[in-house]
Design a binder for this molecule. Sequence first.
Ligand code: BG6
Length: 478
Amino acid sequence: RDFSKRFPKNFLWGGATAANQIEGAYLTDNKGLTIADILPGGKIRLEWLMEERPLEILADTHTYPNHVGIDHYTHYKEDIALFAEMGFQCYRFSISWARIFPTGEEQQPNEAGLAFYDSLIDEMLKYGIEPVVTISHFEMPLHLAKKYKGWQSRELISLFERYCDVLFTRFGDRVKYWMTFNEINSAFMMPLMSLGFSTSGNNFQNPKIFQALHHQFVASSLAVKLAKQKMPECQIGCMMIAAPFYPYSCDPKDILYAYEIERIWNYFCSDVQVRGKYPAFIERHLFENGIDIDIKPGDLALLAEHTVDYIALSYYNSCTEKYPTGNENRVGGNMMSGVENPYLPTSEWGWEIDPTGLRVSLNQIYNRYEKPLFIVENGLGAVDTVNPDGSIEDDYRISYLHSHLIAASESIKDGVDLMGYTMWGCIDLVSASTGQMSKRYGFIYVDKQDDGTGTFARSKKKSFDWYKTVLQTNGESL
Ligand code: BG6
């Protein structure tokens, strides 16, 4: 191996977004409503994601920033041109299920929706940008959530299969990289977004969550099967939130507690999707919590036979866990979070910043599965200030990304097979958890504010040129 280089040749550099957070045009060209369309803007969204609320748009009292997003639906050519200017070799985006099947139940797909993604993909290919597609990123057709309670129902498996079939048939000649469900393990924290229903109480003990996940596992395996039949050269992955769980102290009670939380949060879903079977620790967990999942004949054989090619992951923060005594200060984080770690600074949204945790996580995951890994989300949500001359000096973002990319390159030297890196929110977008525009991630600023004002004009932040140089030098400028 060449230890003198930070990243291998052919490393896929790029950025990532999701349809519901950028496209807007929420009813244009026959698109149906999605779960994201009923999520209000502002910090109130977090309550909606954690409690049972009506699956309706309440326009008298709430705002709905996803309805307009950053109007990527009409600005996509300009956006792709900016990505190309930075030197992206790939771009991860998601397809909105409800643009293709507005209710999820139609027999025939919506041609206008397919045509939009045709143009988007062709625009990328024009610049030599490899499309990386997330099939389902927190944007299930609302109708399926209402009629079937989302993934609680087995009906969704065949509907999802039909959706995948249409995507593979239409785009399979141009798209090589796919992933099935965004952050599948987010089910335990925000089931409304990932599974299409809300819960209350402890999700680790909720049979509905495990049943819905089982349906997603089966659907994901069927997608892998179909993808390989239709596109033998394709690469199809799972997608997980990754975080190492540090024990708060060397007290064995803390160590065991952190370990037990970590294996459910971090590894349960990927064990099924990568190894093709339910891990033994989950069998015990289900038994001890009196949870009986309905597994149909053939399901387990399907899971075993159609495992994923690679593991895509998001990384924002590490987690620290302590055997509960009731006095812990819990901190925020991207869904998975724990007690306060006194060694780590936090972002303006209270997420702990820990580049070393990325190196630890990549090593742990790779050593467990020995499959290629793909960092498809990593970034910093921060408030950006536009100077009077229009410039934006986002040195804090550069510093965050710099340290995480160094950690990624160290993991490659450790032996991790890392395929690529797509920075999350390469263009400012609507935050998934809070619906805010002011929680900005991008290299590209979008003039769209929390109060709904703004022109949608795009401008480059300081980090734009910084990332361009990173890409030009394949990471040697770091
Ligand atoms: C991940 C999601 O959870 O984190 C993205 O896949 C999301 O959709 C990202 O935007 C950052 O989270 P947030 O809440 O800051 O938007």
